[in-house]
Design a protein around this ligand. Structure first.
Ligand code: NAD
Length: 260
């Protein structure tokens, strides 16, 4: 389905981004991986996907907290592949604290990586996608792009902002062959959430298993984690012809979290 298409997935060295990257490569897309991590492990991931799925995979370590680096990632991809079809804005970080104690530097970092990076990436990608008369922009927001929780001022603000940005770009690209949508996952078991499970376990003096159950019980009625593969399949659907008229929207994949 995606043969000869080129996809960038930011923050794809781990977790959800890696699940999405694998799914798109499995459908034939050439891939630009991005994110931090051990150079050897990243090379193993890169060469593994290329070998198993028979697509071109390159790694670009652009830092999504830096506007120039984000725009550089888009430009370098177009330079290297001659096109850009799919941009998945996925890189994200988390930090929790009550608003009065929230460190200003953490606020800036979360807004930068979880929101501004998507703006810069989209701004740089849209002209190329419009020229091609086909493009898919998928912003990985969160249930926290639709509803709030305590102690997540920056994250909730950034993800609500990302859903807003999605609507604007959906409107501005309507009819051009380019769509822009947000995906709003509930809890997914990744390093980002493992840290929060560790915190609950430490605070309540309980084990990891019980802490994970508590985390789910608080928000996610299905009591099951969403998987990176399920999110990859959601992004793949948004890249399919069936989704040509889906734009400017937010799709929840959250086990019922935001139905409450
Ligand atoms: P993760 O920590 O496993 O992965 C985050 C990725 O972003 C990694 O590849 C990391 O290297 C990369 N990254 C971080 N800072 C970066 C930077 N400055 N520049 C480039 N890359 C950077 O986390 P995840 O859970 O897979 O999260 C992915 C996205 O999904 C995030 O936007 C997150 O907010 C969102 N999300 C996660 C959950 C969840 O339950 N895990 C739920 C809803 C939304």
């Amino acid at each position: 389905m995606l043969k000869n298409k080129v996809a960038i997935v930011t923050g794809s060295t781990s977790g959800i981004g890696l699940g999405i990257a694998r799914e798109l490569a499995g459908l034939g897309a050439d891939l630009v991986l991005n994110g931090f991590g051990d150079a050897g492990e990243i090379e193993t991931i890169r060469s593994g996907i290329a070998r198993e799925l028979g697509v071109r995979v390159v790694y670009d370590g652009a830092d999504m907290s830096k506007a120039d680096a984000v725009r550089g990632l888009i430009a370098a991809t177009i330079d290297k592949f001659g096109r850009l079809d799919i941009l998945v804005n996925n890189a994200g970080i988390q930090f929790t604290a009550p608003v009065e104690d929230f460190p200003a530097a953490k606020w800036d970092a979360i807004l930068g990586i979880n929101l501004s990076a998507a703006f810069h990436g989209i701004a740089a990608a849209v002209p190329q996608m419009k020229t091609q008369r086909w493009g898919r922009i998928v912003n990985i927001a969160s249930a926290h792009g639709l509803v709030a929780s305590t102690h997540k001022a920056a994250y909730v603000a950034a993800k609500h902002g990302l859903v807003g940005l999605t609507k604007v770009v959906g409107l501005e690209t309507a009819g051009s062959g380019v769509t822009c949508n947000a995906v709003c996952p509930g809890w997914v078991r990744t390093p980002l959430v493992d840290k929060q499970i560790d915190d609950i376990a430490a605070q309540r003096g309980i084990g990891q298993k019980e802490a994970a159950r508590d985390l789910l019980a608080e928000k996610q009625p299905s009591l099951e984690f969403v998987s990176p593969a399920q999110l990859g399949a959601t992004v793949a659907f948004l890249c399919s012809a069936a989704a040509d008229q889906i734009t400017g929207t937010a799709i929840s994949v959250d086990g019922g979290w935001t139905a409450q």
